[in-house]
Write a protein that binds this ligand. Structure first.
Ligand code: B12
Length: 270
């Protein structure tokens, strides 16, 4: 049961939310609160959804962002459910809600306001949200349009962005084999030999690890594998100039573009 208090004295009242199972099923709004313009939460916007509750999109996105910034897994889990129930697209939930949160976490870390534990909490909260959305994004059983081998380079533990790219590629019909994080160049190349993917996707988030992308491409060349495979790279510090410099076939700044690039490289038009 949830009580919302309103700070305009004449309009004091409360809102009762009855959870049935895990879903918020019923809301009773005390008449007078409808006139409240100064409420802590705008419950007026909670109307007309599934016969009683409708959440304003900005409000939901704000909560998702807040959940990641605060490293609050429960808040993220709750509001991802609300967002799904409100009919929001999984990708909007990720891009406009959760990702904004992790960007703020990064900025606060860079400015010294947040420390490593805060970074970890933010990442964990983001992960909880993504895991909830994954089943909604996962591709249906169908023939694969191509095979992609993905991983984050050695020395680098960042995987959130890589995992989003993987989800999007799967949604677009690609088969994706994930090598995880901290993957040595030799592991990438051995796996290429074993499974013969069409594309290899290499993620790097640290300026100290981006050079590993180059090493992997060099090893592919050394092993005579380069001409049979397309290489795409990504990660926050990566740009097209770096991709050109190290001889990657493609670069993408986000998961949507990653799918476009992968399709283009394989000549997939649909
Ligand atoms: C979360 C996070 C962590 C988490 C990671 C948890 C996890 N499971 O992934 C933890 C706490 C482990 C962490 C650790 C560290 N981190 Co950190 N981290 C971040 C943070 C805040 C967010 C990264 C993220 O997930 N972004 C959200 C996703 C969606 O975006 P993305 O990763 O860029 O991915 C998108 C695109 O880049 C692209 N993409 C990504 N990969 C690929 C691959 C391909 C093939 C393609 C096509 C596209 C693509 O598509 C993605 C989806 O849109 C960033 C700040 C930032 N703004 O990037 C710092 C940041 C990357 N971390 C930083 C640092 C310094 C560290 C530590 C060294 C801190 C420390 N003192 O220990 C350690 C290093 C650990 C290691 N060895 O890797 C610095 C790096 C600075 C630098 N110049 O290199 C940053 C920039 C923070 C900062 N502003 O200072 N970190």
């Amino acid at each position: 049961m949830l009580f919302g208090l309103f700070n305009k004295p004449a309009d004091y009242g409360f809102v009762v939310i009855w959870p049935i199972g895990t879903k918020i099923a019923n809301i009773f709004i005390i008449e007078r609160l409808e006139e409240t313009d100064n409420s802590m939460v705008s419950y007026q916007s909670l109307r007309n959804y599934k016969g009683g509750l409708s959440l304003n999109k900005e409000e939901i996105l704000g909560k998702l962002t807040e959940g990641v910034v605060e490293g609050d897994e429960d808040l993220v889990a709750e509001w991802v459910e609300n967002a799904i129930d409100a009919g929001m697209e999984p990708l909007d939930i990720i891009n406009e809600g959760l990702t904004k949160g992790i960007q703020i976490v990064g900025e606060r870390f860079a400015s010294g306001f947040y420390f490593l534990p805060d970074l970890l909490l933010g990442a964990k909260a983001m992960d909880v949200g993504i895991k909830k959305l994954e089943p909604l994004l996962a591709g249906k059983n169908r023939e694969f349009v191509g095979r992609v081998l993905m991983g984050t380079v050695e020395g680098d533990l960042h995987e959130i962005g890589k995992n989003i790219v993987i989800m999007m590629l799967k949604t677009a019909g690609f088969e994706v084999i994930d090598l995880g994080v901290d993957v040595p160049a030799s592991t990438f190349v051995n796996k290429v030999k074993e499974i013969k993917p069409d594309i290899i996707g290499i993620s790097a988030l640290l300026t100290t690890t981006v050079n590993r992308q180059k090493e992997i491409i060099e090893l592919l060349i050394e092993e005579g594998l380069r001409s049979n495979i397309k290489v795409i790279i990504g990660g926050a510090p990566i740009n097209q100039a770096w991709a050109d410099k190290i001889g990657a076939d493609g670069y993408a700044e986000d998961a949507n573009v990653a799918v476009e690039v992968a399709k283009k490289l394989l000549g997939i038009t649909a």
